[in-house]
Design a protein around this ligand. Sequence first.
Ligand SMILES: [Zn+2]
Length: 296
Amino acid sequence: MRTSRAAALLFCLVGLLIAACSSEPPPPTTPTVTPPPTATSVPPPTATPVDLAASCIDSPAELGNPGPMTRTDVEGAAVFVARLVSDADQQRVLDGLAAARTFIAREFGGVERSICLEIRADEQRAGAALTIGNRVIVFTQPGGWSRPYPWLLSRATAHEYVHVWAAEVANDFAPSNSIAYGPGWLVEGVAEYMSMRMVLEDGLAPVAEAETFTNTLLRLSQATLNDLEALPLPNAEDYATAELAVSRLMQGIDIRALQRYYEALGRRTVWPAAFAQVFGVSPAQFYQQFALEPGR
Ligand SMILES: [Zn+2]
């Protein structure tokens, strides 16, 4: 029983992260909008929201065809929902988005841009999520989430929204969620650290469950920070190590330090210098400190 439960959990976690945070294709080019023949006297539409909707539907080929999607707009996002996405899962994703927006508004003043949020049903990718520019795609199981930790859908959405926020703060100097924003453990650790706080503070994830989830992963991960400099991170459990590292980095530091870090990157400060300025420790010193953590 224990073995099968552990195997199911691992599958869930691998499914969660296998496509999350992976290297990203370039943002889709802005589609050309062809006005209908009867609209020749009408000025062409402005960039948003028409282009936003079009870019949602024009998915990268490697992600497959989501089939027909229905659109519902919420605060800050045009939301496209594929068939076979359950109402409960849709709500979990929207709750994650709302939690992220609330947190970022309170701590950092908000996110100005709107995103395109796709919710797809794909058994193989269920639990995964990714960000391409201003597009966030979250995958769940067809017919409804049946695995442990359904709040992971909220958390995955919040995680991706952190990448969107970080890119905006950094003036989009590089594709979001790329190595330009720092080593892999920092890029993903910030998203993991913030998204966990978001779902906990919004009451979306039970505290005890979240601790069990993270501690299970940490027991599986043997990685040092030197092992986690590339993207994507090698294993699902390494995201928990990245989260732990960022939580240690943030100990005793105001969370707005993270905003200052991305602002410095946006001014083209190289990441090690931005890191030392903002966190008050050099990367090398922090790596040494973190190596003293149990299990590292
Ligand atoms: Zn990520």
